[in-house]
Ligand binder design. Sequence first.
Ligand code: PSU
Ligand code: MN
Length: 307
Amino acid sequence: MKIRINEEVKHALENNIPVVCLESTIISHGMPYPKNVETALKVEQVIRDNGCVPATIGIVKGVPTVGLSKEEIEEFASRKDIVKVSRRDLPLVISKKQYGATTVATTMIIASLANIKFFVTGGIGGVHIHGEDTMDVSADLIELASTQVMVICAGVKAILDLKRTLEYLETFGVTVIGYKQDTLGAFYYPDSHLKIDGEVDDFAEAARVLIAKEDYKLRGGILLSNPIPKEYALDEEEMNSAISEALKEADEKHISGKEVTPFLLSKVASLTKGDSLESNIALVINNAIVGANIAKAYYEIKKSKED
Ligand code: PSU
Ligand code: MN
């Protein structure tokens, strides 16, 4: 098995320096150029400023890579032939030696192979609206059920069926916790008013949830919902009407499968004249601050237990 881990990340992993990983689908399929590359580099910098080593994950010529270089991030942001890779696509992209952008699911798989425990993103995939008919349920949810990584996000994107997404996570035993809030974040706005499993009020408290899960060898990940700060949030009604319009157009154009999420994201961005993109960027940066500090707290607690 071949995975490439860059020297800085390797050094950090060997010396208990906290590493926070990032996905590449958000770069290749989630945001337009050049905002995507600017955001990817900014998020890495924020993770550094908060005392951790960033590792953006992607597949380069068939090799799962942990810690893309600046040049590679630029390639992922601008090339048109980057495949969106979820779990089922992984063997194909590897065997065909292609470039692949990793979704939440695939980033978790590669992170856990590299022993990275923290992963910052914007929002995870979930049960799509009308998912009860189409059966469009993101593989991210199944991955959270089996792979032990903490995913720090701004909740579940409002383009999805949040209630059914939470039901699914409950069935599969995924712990969903809120940072300073006991309800799920709705990505573009702070509060979906849907109750989640618990609230944590500081970084150490969040880290201890993962430690408990590890200590008792409970399979699967943890989803930490970190609500978007109010100053970057969008108006709920305005957002919902843009989402309804985007969903209608997706239906008329028969958009299906893995194209659905990128289509809806770019449609909502154009309907809100770029406002949704700006809040998307702001919330990822906010997640990077919280994720890096939870990672630091985790290693501090682990170290104090050894002493
Ligand atoms: N959330 C975003 N931007 C994104 C995604 C989520 O704000 O680009 C991506 C993630 O990579 C997530 C994927 O894993 O969309 C989900 O795709 P699907 O619904 O096809 O599983
Ligand atoms: Mn899907």
